[in-house]
Design a protein around this ligand. Structure first.
Ligand code: CDP
Ligand code: CDP
Length: 221
């Protein structure tokens, strides 16, 4: 059997991972797997049923019992226990809760199983925080996208403004910096580049240029 191509994309919030991953996956005819959506779905469920988020045992149990399905069409629908939650999982409340949920080993263990199952479907572009270091350590290509916190926050803020959500830039920045801190400092699978990752600083770099760079590296290598 021919080896299926695996591309890992990691980095902090707003670095451009999901935007780039979608385009690269489409061009190379690979599946795009958004692992952040899985963590977000668990955080959504915890908030929805009003479970105490600091109760690690309870939250881990919820993660085990929750059915998450990611759609592979370009609509990128996300289901949580049969309910469509595509938009809900991007809310500021979920964004504020997700890094706490993602710090629990029990939650990560459960989602790792799902992520490996997704990778077994065929070639993938997978984005997240620990794909190159932990989920797909044998990935053919590992990219770690970064950009200054100012630029990343501005991107998120613009994205929210475009859909009519007027949130102060300062609030977006604060939430993002706090999430990055939790993701970087946690004990299990923290956010950090794999030793063999190619680090791409996307500050001031447009999406087209970034995609071209990645495609050149992948197709030339
Ligand atoms: O798109 P954005 O950068 O806002 O975040 P995301 O990729 O949707 O991920 C949301 C959160 O899930 C992150 O801040 C992490 O706390 C967690 N996450 C993780 O711990 N490991 C992953 N592989 C992916 C996401
Ligand atoms: O997935 P991640 O959180 O890393 O970032 P994203 O959701 O792909 O990108 C956040 C926003 O920044 C999106 O609205 C992108 O269109 C935008 N972006 C950009 O303007 N320039 C880049 N080089 C990368 C992303």
């Amino acid at each position: 059997q021919q080896h299926a191509l695996q591309i890992a994309l990691d980095g902090p919030a707003g670095a451009g991972k999901s935007t780039v991953a979608k385009i690269v996956a489409e061009k190379l005819k690979l599946f795009y797997v958004d692992t952040g959506a899985m963590y977000r779905a668990i955080a959504y469920k915890v908030l929805k049923i009003n479970a105490p988020i600091d109760d690690e045992t309870r939250v881990s149990q919820i993660a085990k019992e929750t059915e998450i399905v990611l759609d592979h069409s370009d609509k990128r629908i996300v289901w949580c226990d049969g309910e469509e939650v595509t938009e809900e999982i991007r809310s500021p409340d979920v964004s504020r809760a997700v890094s706490v949920v993602a710090s629990y080993p029990g939650v990560r263990k459960r989602l790792l199983e799902l992520q490996r199952l997704e990778a077994n479907r065929g070639g993938v572009v997978m984005d997240g925080r620990d794909i190159g270091t932990y989920v797909l350590p044998e990935a053919d290509f590992k990219f770690f996208l970064t950009a200054t916190p100012e630029e990343r926050a501005k991107r998120r803020w613009l994205e929210l403004a475009k859909i009519g959500k007027e949130v102060p830039l300062q609030e977006v920045t604060q939430d993002m910096v706090e999430r990055d801190r939790l993701d970087t400092e946690r004990e299990v699978s923290p956010l950090k580049p794999a030793e063999d990752a190619i680090i791409l600083d996307t500050t001031g770099i447009g999406i087209d240029e970034l995609v071209t760079k990645i495609l050149t590296l992948v197709q030339g290598g």
